[in-house]
Design a protein around this ligand. Sequence first.
Ligand SMILES: [Zn+2]
Length: 367
Amino acid sequence: MLLPSALVHAQNVSASGPSYLLLSQDPDFLEQLSKVSSTAYSSGRTRLVSLSVPLNELPAWIASRLREVSPGEVYNGPAAEGAEKDADPEIISIISKADPGRLMNYARDITMTGKRNSGQLDYSAASGNRQAMDYIAASFKGLGYSVERQCYKERKADKECNIIARRAGEPGNRAILIVGHMDSVGFENAGADDNASGAAGVLEMARVLSGYKSAHSLIFVAANGEENGITGSYACARIMKASGELSKVDWAINMDMISWNRDGILEIETNKEFSAHADWVGAQARLYTNLRPYIAMPAWGSDHVPFLEAGIPTYLSIEHWEDHSPCYHKACDKLESLSWDYAVQIVRLNLAVIAGKTRLTGLPPKP
Ligand SMILES: [Zn+2]
């Protein structure tokens, strides 16, 4: 479904020459790009430029971060209204178990592991990246999940791995995948918003869902290497496709940067083919949280992209990019000034989406 307002935006986008979607908003890239481009569209996460020189004359590291898009693919604005029904008391009871304090504790523990870039695995087998892998694996295990280290790259001092937790659903049933990246750009004890917050969201969802039997199988992925080319999630999609597991995944959820807030807006990012699904997610946000849901298209630059490219309906939940963390990709991306009341709303939304899509039955409390 193409929203009427998307058409209005689309006409604005098509005004002059080809438009290129920014596939990165790293500050260095933005600075270099600004010298050879002008803004064609800018709303939230979705930024398009017109180039003043041909794409093939740009340095490869800049050209590789641009993708030509057609106007009809582009939208950034409020999710469609009107899809809401009445809130389900059972869903309210499930999602209210997500706790801002626990979420913050997970994020703090991940943040404080040291230097968390996967490239650090070339220098030390005790790097922050390794510590974060171990911490997340132990946390999943403590919650009763079966845990896999999905290693896809040899590093000089260690292996680069995703940490995957699984619990089987009913026999013959389908699966839901929840992903968030655990690595950072690599500053010491930083990357709290990007993306200890999203990895903590994966753990907190796993904690809440450990109290329920799910009809769908659940697959939680703490992805590595996102900041170095989304390597972990590309490897995960490739390995799961080869094993046949990916064909069982009905849809997937990504959390990246969920803890910086000024205006309560959440961006739900996907590709146009799944915009109706994203609008449904937006409706759940209005029903079960105090978030203001926006839809962003097309998708770029995080762990949802490999799964979208594999044809899985996937969305990214992310803080409002119009006013994102000023410490994005900087050493000051620390726990202070982040909002766990906002982050927990996003976790509750993603739990409500799962509860709305599969049957969850409460398990007796663990002894
Ligand atoms: Zn990130």
